[in-house]
Design a protein around this ligand. Structure first.
Ligand SMILES: Nc1nc2c(ncn2[C@@H]2O[C@H](COP(=O)(O)OP(=O)(O)OP(=O)(O)O)[C@@H](O)[C@H]2O)c(=O)[nH]1
Ligand SMILES: *[C@@H]1O[C@H](CO)[C@@H](O)[C@H](O)[C@H]1NC(C)=O
Ligand SMILES: [Mg+2]
Length: 390
């Protein structure tokens, strides 16, 4: 089946959020130039030894993102300090200052050739990426050596191509079962899924796409309600997002307010935004599940209308729960995980979305190699901007 994007939605929402090009703005890898400091000069007539050059390290830091590195260090060059020269006053030259590159937890550091230098799996984990040169000494004829220089890549380790994002009970696990070979637990109560389960969607041409069934998020997840941080962390580690809402809405408990499908979309967006704003710039699709329920058609129409004028309909939400930017969905797909309605079409849309991005990423990489040091900006038909800076 042909996968037709919801043009009305994407065009409209793109205008709404135009002040900030969020589409495809999420950064999951970055290439950097690193160089250790040169060693200091030795002092032949007194046998003085120059200081060692400083080393360059990548250090896992809380709240850091690859996008922040890109914004903060546009040149993407990191050079450690030179070792001090040996002098009459200080025969042993001072060691050069180390340079630390703050990076998010969960990245793999590789050399340009693909060799893995190390993984950063926990806060404060560190790997040395460029050693400083030696200070000049008797053994080197008092000549210092230069620090190591190279290009490195930081890649955010992904758990899956696609992550299912939704309130509890929306039918995420049921949807994964309908789409893939996975058999997650399904039940009519909140928090059935407590850790990610990965399933694979198989396509006729043998292509596979991995999908992570994630635990349900609740309002306040960003302040760690319902193990929110732990759950949100997984969202970060998927390429694309699949929002899943129950067409009939959701209520966590008797005491908590009922939320319509539209409110669910906005509240989920807000939780992601408050956790890490970049998350809402990931490519996303919206699944409206449980289309087999009575009145589903009517509710779907209502939701579509609301999504086209999100500003107008957000009044129902408390001010602090209205997202800064409404999510731009590449597709809005009604399905029933129970009957299988819409599931094939959804799989086609998912495939198309990921393929499109892979193509864009390839073009960008190619450009980056071609225009080393020159900034190139590519625009795809959907307004996606990829900055290729060396
Ligand atoms: N009528 C109907 N019910 C559905 C559909 N999909 C899921 N359900 C039901 O909704 C309930 C929750 O389904 P799950 O798949 O466990 O939901 P979940 O989003 O994974 O929930 P958590 O893991 O708790 O976040 C179950 O009782 C499912 O049988 C659907 O398409 N139609
Ligand atoms: C050490 O000496 C070299 C050569 O004279 C000079 O280029 C360099 O700047 C000196 N380094 C420091 C840290 O003063
Ligand atoms: Mg589940």
């Amino acid at each position: 089946m042909q996968c037709v994007p919801f043009f009305v939605f994407s065009i409209h929402l793109t205008y709404v959020s135009c002040d900030f090009l969020q589409y495809g703005n999420f950064v999951d890898n970055i290439r950097l130039y690193v160089r250790g400091g040169s060693g200091g000069m030795g002092l032949p007539r007194m046998g003085g030894q120059g200081g060692e050059g400083g080393d360059v390290w990548v250090v896992a830091s809380k709240d850091m993102t690859l996008k922040k590195i890109k914004d903060k260090y546009p040149m993407k060059r990191f050079v450690a300090g030179e070792g001090g020269n040996s002098s009459v006053r200080a025969l042993k030259g001072e060691r050069g200052m180390d340079k630390e590159i703050p990076a998010p937890v969960g990245v793999t550091v590789t050399e340009d050739g693909g060799k893995v230098i190390g993984d950063l799996n926990a806060e404060d984990d560190r790997v040395m990426v460029a050693k400083g040169g030696h200070g000049g000494s008797f053994y080197s004829g008092f000549e210092p050596s230069r620090g190591k220089a190279k290009h490195i890549r930081l890649d955010l380790k992904l758990i899956a191509d696609l992550g299912l994002v939704g309130f509890p009970n929306a039918g995420k696990s049921s949807l994964l079962t309908a789409m893939s070979n996975a058999t997650p637990q399904i039940a009519n109560y909140a928090f059935t899924t407590l850790k990610p389960e990965i399933g694979k969607i198989m396509y006729k041409d043998f292509k596979q796409i991995s999908v992570a069934d994630l635990p349900g998020l609740i309002e306040g997840a960003h302040i760690n309600k319902g193990m929110g941080h732990k759950f949100l962390k997984h969202v970060e580690r998927t390429k694309h997002l699949l929002f899943v809402v129950d067409v009939c809405g959701f209520q966590l408990a008797n005491k908590t307010p009922f939320r319509s499908a539209f409110e669910a979309v906005q509240l989920l967006t807000k939780e992601l935004e408050l956790y890490k704003e970049e998350l809402v710039s990931k490519p996303a699709l919206l699944v409206v599940n449980k289309m087999d329920l009575p009145d589903a058609e009517e509710k779907l129409e209502e939701l579509k209308e609301q999504l086209q004028n999100p500003h107008e309909f957000s009044d129902m939400l408390p001010d602090d729960m209205i997202p800064k930017h409404f999510m731009t969905f590449r597709n809005v797909v009604p399905v029933s995980a129970h009957t299988g309605f819409g599931v094939e079409y959804l799989k086609t849309c998912i495939r198309k979305s990921l393929d499109e991005d892979a193509t864009m990423a390839n073009i960008a990489l190619h450009q980056e190699r071609l225009n080393c040091g020159v900034s190139a900006s590519l625009t795809n038909p959907q307004n996606q901007n990829i900055e290729a800076l060396c």
